[in-house]
Ligand binder design. Structure first.
Ligand code: NAP
Length: 277
């Protein structure tokens, strides 16, 4: 029986155990994916346990994504670029850290001809988004944030532009990415990171709203964009793609995207945080 799991705190709402245990079953692999809710001070002991028990793969989430880095033997380029790790895997006896959010964010954009983008938010997710966008080679990338200093710092680090949060509605980008919790189930549900005047029908077909949030799947941001004819992308595809990339690192094979989406939509409906589009 092979051992996998997730560490973070809290983990009550994590969909990863449901998804990975389903994927293990689908692939016919004798393994189990557990949940390890741990506090930051427990990370050194946890990583020792991963090594001693030969845990085959670990998902890492908030608040350990940065703190775990010094405890590892090596990092991938994506983990270095983002400065955070969301996956542990073994490579020739070395415990390595990757950040699969980078390729997961980019996956739904491949083949799409957006040229300019404005990223809303400058937290951990925005770092993975900017790393991914840079690889796509878009002609214009900008970031804005409620607290501007944070966006400025990120813009300098990733070599992109910094826009004013107050000017975001008039910003003429093809793609708007919501990397804030505005619209998420809970205290921010029903909020929109973009003011109403941003949603114009002008060049609607070449515009796109991409929300990293997936609870609910159809956020107000996406609903208002769709209503004026923009393309929309919800955060569930990114969530599934980051788990698919983990599974690939651990097992060397894929799990089916369509089945995973169906499974998670069913689970989100059960948890009453999925509004049907
Ligand atoms: P984070 O590090 O806490 O950053 C949050 C960002 O949102 C900051 O830039 C913050 O601005 C901004 N923000 C928070 N409250 C705001 C408000 N009331 N008004 C304006 N801006 C506000 O969080 P994160 O890890 O980057 O996550 C951001 C979102 O991405 C979350 O909704 C998360 O669920 C989602 N996410 C999805 C996936 C996926 O797989 N689909 C993966 C990762 C994250 P300040 O700096 O001004 O505070």
């Amino acid at each position: 029986m092979k051992l996998y799991g997730i560490t973070g705190y809290p983990l009550d709402h994590s969909l990863s155990p449901i998804l990975h245990n389903w994927a293990l079953k689908q692939a016919g692999i004798a393994g189990v994916y557990l949940s390890w809710p741990l506090h930051p001070g427990q990370m050194p002991d946890f990583v020792s346990a991963v090594r001693t028990l030969n845990v085959q793969g670990v998902s890492v989430t908030i608040p350990h994504k940065e703190a775990i880095i010094p405890l590892l033997d090596n990092l991938t380029t994506h983990a270095r670029m983002v400065g955070a790790v969301n996956t542990l895997y073994w490579d020739n006896g070395r415990l390595c850290g990757d950040n699969t959010d980078v390729e997961a964010f980019v996956a739904p954009l491949r083949g799409n001809d957006v040229a300019s983008v404005l990223v809303l938010g400058a937290g951990g997710a925005a770092r993975a988004v900017l790393a991914g966008l840079r690889e796509l080679g878009l002609s214009s990338i900008a970031v804005c944030n409620r607290h501007k200093e944070r966006a400025q710092k990120l813009a300098e680090e990733f070599g992109v532009q910094c826009a004013n949060w107050e000017d975001r509605a008039a910003y003429g980008a093809d793609l708007f990415v919501n990397a804030t919790p505005l619209g998420m189930h809970g205290e921010h549900e029903g909020e929109n990171p973009l003011p109403p005047e941003a949603f114009t029908r002008r060049r609607a077909k070449s515009r796109m709203a991409y929300d990293l949030i997936y609870t609910p799947r159809n956020t107000r941001f996406l609903a208002e964009a769709e209503a004026v004819g923009w393309q929309v992308q919800d955060g569930l595809a990114m969530f599934i793609a980051q788990a698919q990339a983990q599974f690939r690192l651990w097992m060397g094979r894929e799990f089916p995207e369509a089945g995973a989406r169906k499974l998670l939509l069913r689970e989100l409906t059960k948890r009453h945080c999925h509004t049907v589009r």
